[in-house]
Write a protein that binds this ligand. Sequence first.
Ligand SMILES: Cc1cc2nc3c(=O)[nH]c(=O)nc-3n(C[C@H](O)[C@H](O)[C@H](O)COP(=O)(O)OP(=O)(O)OC[C@H]3O[C@@H](n4cnc5c(N)ncnc54)[C@H](O)[C@@H]3O)c2cc1C
Length: 453
Amino acid sequence: MNKEESKNELANNKKSLDKSFEKSIDVIIIGGGFAGMNTARLLAQRGISSVIYDAGYGASNLWLGTVDVLNYPGDNLLLELAKFQVSIPAHPYAHLSMDNLQASLDEFYEKFSSFASFASFNNNSNEICNGHVLTSLGNTKLTTGVWNTIFREFNSLNDQSLCVLVEFIEFSHSPMHLVAKGLEEKFPGTFLVLSISLQKLFKQMNADIPVNTDSGTLSAKTIASFFDSKAIHMSPLASLIKSTFTSKYPEFSWKNISLFLFPPILGIENSPTIFTHLSSHLGVECYEMVSLSPSIMAERFIRQFHRKLQVFSVPINKPFTLVDFIRDGTDWICSFQDNKGNIEKMKATYIVIAVGSLFTQGIFTEPYELGNKFHQLGLDFPDSINSNYEIASTEKESNIFVVGAANYIFSTDLSEEDEVRDGTGLGVAIATSYKVAEIIHSRYSKKSKNYGN
Ligand SMILES: Cc1cc2nc3c(=O)[nH]c(=O)nc-3n(C[C@H](O)[C@H](O)[C@H](O)COP(=O)(O)OP(=O)(O)OC[C@H]3O[C@@H](n4cnc5c(N)ncnc54)[C@H](O)[C@@H]3O)c2cc1C
């Protein structure tokens, strides 16, 4: 065997060794934020198997609790979206019909029943629209929907309203005086702040929760987990609120209280149960506010997604970073690296890139290197996403799609700042994943039919 032949044999051996490590699936999803997870959920509903590989952390981990579509204060959000599409043709919304956008949000709100959509109580047509929610800075924010435990009933406030804003002494991030001031400036009614000692509550409930000895504080997660474990035992908290209110505000009558507002830390898993029980024990409606710090809200939503994906047996491999990918006939082979440097390979016909725009890792970190890699594989970069959110390629169809905020890293005309300015947040993740899941489903069904024939 000459030198060239032995080199070839070595390469072939290596190739077959590599292949023996490959596993295959219908769709590989790179990135496990809301866009990646929503794509996996929608594919699973259509009977298509997928696997998620996630580097570990993204914008979804910082999410504050609302479903933002477009930062627009008027009545006709759909009309405004249509105008927005025309004015920013590079934006991911530009590739959607209004029906598609509406359908993606309808499906989302139907499947995530702990969210309340403004469409369901602001108009009769169920047409997507914006409404105001209260943030923990005391201002309001426009969004199409929120956790149904978040306060949004501003119309119910009048001169007779008496609202009590509960703050926990050991939780230093709840500026309730700021919230009260913000509400006073904009709405009729009286807004009182009531400070409650969690240490006192823990003592009464025989709970042994150690407070940080230096600062005297408790983290949001510790407080949320405590309430999760006591979700149906809200009577001690209600009694403490009643007794503290009576001694602090003797001039006000309990029966005149119209509303209680809490910082957004009551539970991760069981917040709806906590609010139902608390409202019932206090005899008054209880709500929370949109969080403005990282974020129990995100944790709640991520857990809901994980549970849904568990039902469909969609694996989430984490932390795994895409470091390379190659063509294999009409399929793709992706190489993922874990924290210890181990490489795992996976083969699929379809790839969905859901790596976001803020916390990209591996091959998505440097646009120049990403461009080189894409060009080697006959993939266009940048400005190469077509109306199917598919990367244009020398082949007829690349079968590589981009969903969520990752769309911003593939366009030279868009930046992360645009996302914040336009307030398109989760709307982009929901709408793009919906359309991509439909396109993959249609190609997948066509392919299966051809094999059947
Ligand atoms: C502070 C903050 C608060 C926000 N609050 C709201 C809100 O209240 N309402 C709203 O509508 N929107 C909000 N947004 C926007 C919204 O959270 C994002 O638009 C959305 O979460 C983006 O989801 P995504 O899945 O596209 O990206 P991401 O959530 O960023 O997910 C991308 C994932 O891909 C992974 N990844 C990156 N590179 C690789 C790789 N090479 N291999 C494998 N995995 C990789 C990352 O680790 C990450 O987990 C907020 C954003 C921020 C920053």
